[in-house]
Design a protein around this ligand. Structure first.
Ligand code: MN
Length: 320
């Protein structure tokens, strides 16, 4: 019998008690089973990790984090939230690592908090949820965050959030009552986060910061499937230089969060290579066992499976 592989899961969420009090409306998760698990960074979480064979969770605040607050509140909450997260990691340093919650409504403060959490608390990067008060993150106002991420050599995880109200109004409104997930995992999250990924490439931020690394969950939010076509379309606009597909494959990493499909994974491997794909569950919005069970039957050689389950994460996040 083969020994169990070491498994690192990258996009695993929790609630900070203070930040949670500021989450309202469509962004609030109310399902009791999920809320109970978001609130727990202890016994219940560790038991469910053990049952599924997950060795290390990289913790991040659940959507929408600090992204939909006014600048003053976001800055005021960030330090305490990250300090509390640090305590939770320190209680189980062999089981947890962390992505920071950064106050993007104040970009300079967000860059400073990223630096503080990485250099003082040992965090592995930051996770940002969707738009910041209606703005995509490629807006030049946010570039100090990318500059700092490059200087610190840490990745930024672009996580979905509830779509912009104008998008909900035009695209989804008439189906939301019957299918609330349409705004979220079923489609709305994907569209918004894929758009964020495309816009980052178009913005030129990777020319300005050639060491910048971005992580997308959910097998790249559909973008790996579309790389050829996006690249072809944008080439028609003839700006020359490195194409979309090359830029994407050079700067983006993707995770398997909430997306356990062999055909989808194979597409991602063919476009990006296994070195850029990392295991993730999206706990507790998704249960652990379907994720780890899926990896047991993947049609991969042992070396590639090891990269997916831990090797790529160790390299990207500098986990010893
Ligand atoms: Mn998630």
């Amino acid at each position: 019998m083969a020994t169990k592989p070491y498994i690192i899961a990258l996009e695993e969420h929790y609630f900070d008690p203070e930040v949670k009090r500021h989450i309202t409306g469509l962004d609030m998760t109310t399902a009791p089973r999920i809320v109970e698990r978001l609130d727990d960074v202890g016994e219940l979480r560790l038991r469910e990790m053990d049952e599924a064979g997950i060795d290390l969770q990289v913790l991040s605040h659940a959507n929408p984090g600090l992204q939909k607050l006014d600048a003053e509140s976001a800055v005021a909450l960030a330090r305490g939230a990250n300090d509390r997260l640090h305590e939770r990691v320190r209680a189980h340093p062999d089981r947890f690592a962390a992505f920071a919650a950064i106050p993007t409504p104040d970009p300079k403060a967000a860059a400073d908090e990223l630096e503080r959490t990485v250099t003082k608390l040992g965090f592995k990067g930051a996770l940002v949820n969707g738009l910041t008060n209606g703005l995509f993150l490629d807006d030049k106002r946010f570039w100090p965050i990318f500059e700092r991420a490059q200087a610190l050599d840490v990745p930024l995880y672009m996580h979905p959030s509830t779509p912009h109200p104008a998008v909900i109004e035009v695209y989804y409104k008439d189906y939301v009552a019957q299918y609330p997930s349409l705004l979220r995992a079923a489609w709305g999250f994907t569209v918004e986060t894929a758009t964020q990924g495309v816009r980052l490439v178009l913005s030129g931020v990777f020319d300005a910061y050639p060491g910048l690394k971005i992580i997308l969950g959910h097998l790249g939010e559909g973008l790996p499937f579309y790389l050829w076509r996006i690249n072809m379309g944008l080439a028609r606009d003839g700006k020359g230089g490195k194409g979309f597909r090359d830029t994407f494959c050079e700067h983006f990493f993707i995770t398997t969060s909430g997306f356990f499909s062999d055909p989808a994974l194979l597409c991602c491997m063919m476009e990006m290579g296994i070195d850029r794909i990392l295991f993730s569950v999206d706990y507790p919005f998704v249960d652990n066992p379907p994720g780890t069970k899926w990896t047991e039957t993947l049609p991969l050689c042992a070396e590639d499976k090891e990269k997916l389950l831990n090797g790529n994460a160790k390299r990207l996040l500098k986990i010893a």
